[in-house]
Design a protein. Structure first.
Length: 200
């Protein structure tokens, strides 16, 4: 679906900007912040930002000698675009999630929250892994933020930490597993089964 929407809206950059401002509808951003967070070419992004202002999708104002941009909530198709953005962000549309398994010795990668449009989730991404590359983790979170259009709320545990929490009936873990979620990596089926049995 993501590729289809990029074609429909003319480019990957245009669609990413539309999505970004809708998912951050109460915030204002300079063009530097927009291009940095979304990992976009500055010249192309600035051109599209001006076009989106001309279309009245965005509002621009001067602040401290720089232009800031924010969503025009009175835009004629705001509600329809918001519905489309939410639908497009639902897993498995997010391609960057495939890189989770390359972080290290990953035993479990569980997604909820923004990835499945579950607003009450305690976290968007739970990773249980040993020997995680911090550089790869930082890069993955930056890519996920850019692709999803919003900062990712994540939790990272070692396998021993996760196992200890399961044995202690940790409320955080119990709630995550008990609420709607999807499994990207699962090498701990026994522990997940144990959690579900303990909730009965």
């Amino acid at each position: 679906m993501k590729g289809e929407l990029e074609f429909l809206f003319g480019s990957r950059v245009r669609w990413r900007l539309i999505k970004f401002f809708i998912l951050n509808e109460s915030q204002q951003f300079s063009s530097k912040e927009v291009t940095g967070i979304n990992k976009l070419n500055v010249r192309e992004a600035n051109q599209i930002l001006r076009q989106l202002v001309k279309a009245k999708f965005l509002i621009s104002r001067s602040s401290k000698k720089t232009n800031v941009y924010y969503l025009n909530k009175k835009f004629s198709f705001y509600i329809e675009l918001k519905d489309l953005v939410i639908k497009s962000n639902v897993y498995p549309q997010c391609e960057s999630l495939n890189k989770v398994k390359n972080l290290g010795d990953v035993r479990l990668a569980l997604i909820s929250g923004i990835f499945i449009n579950h607003v009450k989730a305690k976290t968007d991404l739970l990773i249980v892994a040993n020997n995680v590359s911090r550089a790869k983790m930082k890069h993955l979170l930056e890519e996920l933020t850019a692709e999803m259009g919003r900062e990712i709320n994540y939790s990272l545990l070692t396998y021993d930490e996760f196992k200890y929490r399961v044995n202690m009936f940790d409320k955080f873990i119990m709630e995550i597993v008990g609420q709607p979620h999807e499994l990207v990596v699962n090498k701990v089926s026994g522990l997940l089964k144990e959690i579900k049995n303990n909730k009965k």
